[in-house]
Design a protein around this ligand. Structure first.
Ligand code: PXP
Length: 241
């Protein structure tokens, strides 16, 4: 089964914001990512708009011809944005406004009624829903009761254990994916996935519909692109190109 790659472009916005102008341009980057084979574009606007902005979501909508995934905590401002931009998918994440990055999944039992309500509204608007969860069977079961189409497994623990040489952590994710599939949910995954750990994850975790990758993909693009770009500068400086 093919697993889609959704490229999270928040880091491109972070670079842009560092200089105050519109370079790099997130819309152009979304276009490039799709030209180079991305199956989707993900953004995660936060209330303080410290990287991707709410206005970026509108600018990206006509350009994202693959699958547009908007992630975030469903506060009223976020719900309004998603309902008006109408991405193909919304991923609900329980992040605090000041959190550096997402660091836990939903307690799908405690927040069942809240999630049920927002999910219903998104689904009525033909937006596929996914909720961010830890690889915990209880949370997967709880997700079913919210009416969500998919879950996104929070992969930080897999990535950090894999980096230490402990491959066993993946078993939790495989069990969660099997249960989710059995209960009729689609399965996404994300956070700290990279070129080192993605193949093993894909091998071990069945029914994986989509991964969303941002931080490492941008760093790896620098690593694998830098040789080319430095060569281009050197050729310009030597008058050869
Ligand atoms: N999924 C969610 C819910 C996230 O918040 C993030 C980071 O914004 C990702 C996936 C992507 O994680 P990374 O940037 O580490 O690839």
């Amino acid at each position: 089964m093919k697993t889609k790659l959704s490229v999270n472009i928040n880091k491109i916005a972070t670079l842009r914001n560092a200089r105050g102008g519109n370079y790099p341009n997130v819309v152009e980057f979304a276009q490039l990512a799709q030209d180079y084979g991305a199956d989707g574009i993900t953004i995660h606007p936060r209330p303080d708009e410290r990287h991707i902005r709410y206005t970026d979501a509108y600018a990206l909508r006509p350009v994202v011809t693959t699958e547009f995934n908007i992630e975030g905590n469903p506060i009223p401002k976020f719900v309004d944005l998603v309902l008006s931009v109408k991405p193909e998918q919304v991923t609900l994440v329980p992040d605090d406004p000041n959190q550096l990055t997402s660091d836990h999944g939903w307690d799908t039992v405690k927040y069942r009624d809240f999630l049920k309500e927002v999910i219903k509204e998104f689904k009525q608007n033909n937006i596929r829903t996914s909720i961010f969860v830890d690889p915990d069977l209880k949370m997967v079961e709880g997700a079913v009761a919210t009416g969500t189409d998919r879950i996104e497994l929070y992969t930080e623990s897999y990535a950090s254990e894999f980096a230490k040489g402990n491959k066993k952590e993946v078993e939790k994710f495989a069990s969660a994916a099997k249960l989710a599939h059995q209960l009729g949910l689609g399965i996404n995954a994300g956070h700290d996935l990279n070129l080192q750990n993605i193949a093993y994850f894909k091998q071990q975790v069945p029914y994986l519909d989509e991964v969303s990758i941002g931080h490492a993909l941008v760093v790896e693009s620098l690593i694998y692109g830098m040789e080319n770009v430095i060569g281009m500068y050197q050729r310009k400086l030597s008058g050869k190109a």
